[in-house]
Design a protein around this ligand. Structure first.
Ligand SMILES: Cc1ncc(C[n+]2csc(CCOP(=O)(O)OP(=O)(O)O)c2C)c(N)n1
Ligand SMILES: [Mg+2]
Length: 529
């Protein structure tokens, strides 16, 4: 198993061990893999997910049997709905006791089947074949997790089918038709020519397909604004003239109105797993993706299925018409979006958008941002300007709280030279704050910015919208200025944008996180959501 992981270019195992993992870990150590000991399986698994997202190769996580495997479920489910390749490995009691013994024994196949593309097990005579298939399934569109059980009596044995025959590890490897053979090729040119206001909606599959350059070229050549899904942020530089906003974050009414005003939609790798409301459009739609339009969330007039970058390049090279939009029209939309994003600011208070803006201004273009789940995510998702592919990490399929800190740790681990900021709500950070100690132990220096509103705001707002009191949604403040040092980190609390700016401009150690608790006024959330 370890030989296959190595051959697949995998460098890290994120996990939390138990007795049945010891042989696997020793083999991984001898093979030169790095082991990252998350403080619980759930966060270790989210680290593996972030690793899979950033590298485009399966992230690997490991747990023991029973409580370890059940703790891992959330992370595997995350990779499943975020479409991230993952190999999750859990130990298990010996085979002869698995059927009858009860202490700590859960049926992994049943536990993981609903949240993975394949739940399986290895034996000495199947290890090679299982690993080959596991890697291929995890990587194949749409990618996702495979769970493998290693029984205690087999995990230390030598594989009998040990010859490594690595399956293709590139997302678009050879499984797609060439664009030149595509039956929709002429149709899409026709439709584009007839349209006056086409819009591109780019989603996570476009990001996975590394279609950023092809997308930018098509947008510029044919003059088409591009709306992105949250997990696709960065697939188009957001300071460019054709970027037209992020869907289903803050300002989503304005964004849907904009989409409703188009007369042709090019859905480019858009995955409905990111939709938060039913599809609202009834405009002619072209489905451009690595997989057919089996979701049928929108009926597509045309399907172009294959390597997304190649399809976009083909459309661009055959396009001989004029720009569909004028740059000034796209700019007017962007300006309207920007003012909607600032709606509800309260002068003299620390507004959530002040936090996003101040951090963005303090960090260079190449910074990587991770966001957690909650009201803050909606503003980060719309307000954070992304410039490069895979530079924004959020869980927007399963949308699990507690994602952004483990993701930031991995972003920093894999990109030591790039600044990394983790945005989190006070609720979400509390779920995973033990990992601050891990970040400090690894000598990593992500910036951790916590939106402190003493509330599970996203849910509290739903209560208040129904005139219910805040009940079960309030949390007391954590003093990060005191918590952080106890975890080997730097920490501070800030009450205004000037203090935040000053802190970000000042010197700080490069070997540990800086955790900033930003005491925000949630009035802007109330105004917008
Ligand atoms: C693991 C998990 N539990 C519950 C939820 C439901 N949920 C979505 S947002 C939210 C509130 C998050 O609070 P906080 O982290 O403080 O962020 P805020 O909304 O205050 O910005 C909750 C409970 C979730 N998405 N994930
Ligand atoms: Mg909160």
């Amino acid at each position: 198993m370890v030989q296959y992981l190595k051959a697949a270019g995998i460098g890290h195992v994120f996990g939390y061990p138990g007795d049945p993992n010891v042989e696997f870990m020793e083999a991984a150590r001898r093979a030169g893999l790095q082991f990252v000991l998350g403080r619980r399986e759930g966060t270790a698994g989210l680290m593996a997910e972030a690793c899979g997202f950033l590298t485009g190769r399966p992230g690997v996580c490991m747990s023991t049997l029973g409580p370890g495997s059940s703790n891992l479920v959330n992370a595997v489910a995350n990779a499943y709905l975020d479409r991230v390749p993952m190999i999750a490995i859990s130990g298990q009691i010996e085979r002869k006791r698995e059927q009858t013994f009860t202490h700590q024994v859960l049926n992994h196949d049943l536990v993981f089947s609903p949240v993975s593309k394949w739940a399986t097990r290895v034996a000495p005579d199947t290890a090679g074949h299982v690993m080959r298939k596991a890697l291929r399934i995890a990587m194949a569109e749409r990618p996702g997790p495979v769970h493998i059980t290693t029984n205690a009596d087999v995990v230390g044995m030598d594989a009998q089918d040990a010859t490594i025959a690595l399956p293709p590890m590139a997302v678009a490897h050879g499984e797609f038709k060439l664009y030149s053979n595509s039956p929709g090729r002429a149709g899409v040119q026709e439709m584009l020519k007839k349209s006056r206001r086409p819009v591109i909606l780019a989603g996570i599959a476009a990001q996975r397909a590394n279609a950023h350059e092809a997308l930018a070229k098509l947008a510029a050549r044919a003059g088409i604004p591009v709306v992105v899904s949250p997990m696709a942020k960065g697939v188009l530089a957001e300071d460019g003239e054709w970027y037209a906003g992020t869907l289903d974050m803050a300002c989503n009414e304005l964004m849907w109105r904009f989409l409703a005003g188009c007369d042709l939609l090019l859905a480019v790798g858009f995955d409905a797993v990111e939709l938060i409301k039913p599809w609202q459009l009834s405009v002619p739609t072209v489905h451009i993706d690595a997989v057919p339009n089996t979701d049928q969330v929108y009926p597509a007039a045309l399907e172009l299925v294959g390597d997304i970058a190649a399809i976009l390049e083909g459309i661009t090279s055959e396009w001989g018409g004029e720009a569909r939009w004028r740059a000034a029209e796209a700019r007017a939309h962007r300006d309207a979006l920007r003012s909607a994003y600032y709606a509800g600011r309260v002068a003299g208070r620390l507004n959530p958008t002040d936090v996003v803006d101040t951090v963005r201004a303090a960090l260079p273009r190449e910074a990587i941002a991770t966001s957690d789940v909650g009201s803050h995510k909606l503003l980060v998702g719309q307000g954070w300007t992304a410039y490069s592919p895979r530079s924004v990490l959020m869980s927007n399929g399963l949308s699990s709280m507690g994602y952004s800190l483990p993701a930031a740790i991995v972003a920093k681990l894999l990109n030591p030279k790039r600044p990394v900021v983790c945005f989190a709500g006070d609720g979400g950070l509390a779920m995973v704050q033990g990992e601050l100690r891990l970040a400090a132990s690894l000598g990593l220096d992500p910036l951790v910015v916590v939106f402190c509103d003493n509330s599970l705001n996203r849910i509290e707002i739903k209560q208040s919208n129904r005139n219910y009191p805040s009940w079960g949604t309030l949390i007391d403040e954590t003093d990060f200025a005191r918590l952080a040092p106890a975890m080997g980190c730097e920490g501070a609390m800030v009450d205004d944008a000037a203090a935040l700016e000053k802190l970000l401009a000042g010197p700080r150690p490069a070997d540990r996180p800086l955790v900033i608790g930003a005491r925000i006024d949630p009035a802007q959330y109330t105004a917008q959501f």
